[in-house]
Design a protein around this ligand. Sequence first.
Ligand code: 13P
Ligand code: SF4
Length: 347
Amino acid sequence: MILPGSPEMKAQLNAAFDLEPSLALVKETQAIYDRVDRVIPEADWARHAPYVLAINKMKREKDAVILAHNYMTPDIFHGVADIVGDSLQLAIEATKVKESVIVQCGVHFMAETSKILSPEKTVLIPDSRAGCSLAESITAKDIEKMRRDNPGAPVVSYVNTTAEVKAASDICCTSGNAVEIIDSMDSDIVIMTPDGHLAQNVAKQTKKKIVYWEGACMVHVEFKADELREYRKYEPDAVIIAHPECPTDVVDEADFSGSTAGMINYVRENKPEKVLLITECSMGSNIADEVPEVNFLGPCNLCPHMQRITLEKILWSLHTMTEEVTVDPALADKARLAVERMINLKI
Ligand code: 13P
Ligand code: SF4
């Protein structure tokens, strides 16, 4: 098998497509480039444009749709994605798309969620090594032990989990609906997995007792409250927005906390003159052109898993119809119950 990103993949792509950087193709893709020219120099777009055109053509040929998470880089987010969003939006959209092929530009658990919700569709991920430190932190056996230790307590698992863990849970949640999902549980004690920071942030907003697994997002755990206080000293007018996967003292320093879609909406609606987005740093680049009056300051932490998805690998994925994501049908049936319970709550 040829590995995505390998020299063999590049050689085969170059044999099949004309991928030479081209200023003429910048002109041909001008409408798309206008949405990213604040963050991508023209010389770089000249390299992206041949891929963008080839991918968009191949999508039509293969009856494919591209679902892309808000953390994709702007060349993907604006250049080739059909639907963009946070984990909740992508899960909901996966149930609605008409195309027979879904190319999931995000990490593996997101592609698995799409497959669970649309078992009849072919779901591709451009690089199956795009994992997640949260999804890797817990197994179904760990959930069973937590159930034994907390008899009767329902299990709410973040969508950042494998199909096996979803199947062992009662219901899923995302960062966009976690408080409401916990509040909807018919029990005073709720088990929440796998993100310990999200659980502690939610615990501050609910009367339920939350017993949680101590997993962490390797990106958000790196943000420090001290660092934010330093920024406040030098940029007192800057608005700080933090993702709830950050530690509680970081979220406490922020002016607003929400899912990636919630963070984007906050910037769109409030247009702060200066903002720090305390999350994966591709997100600021994705909305920079839309809000030219906003200055994006602050630390840049990238998710190495999300960064595995590139235009090159997306083109390879469509060209070869790889890497297909499969989930054992019996496991998928159980996992679907947990995801659909979340979606059906319509929070
Ligand atoms: P969102 O659901 O807020 O998009 O978060 C997903 C994720 O992986 C954040 O790190
Ligand atoms: Fe997982 Fe964190 Fe990367 Fe999101 S940012 S995919 S939670 S490791």
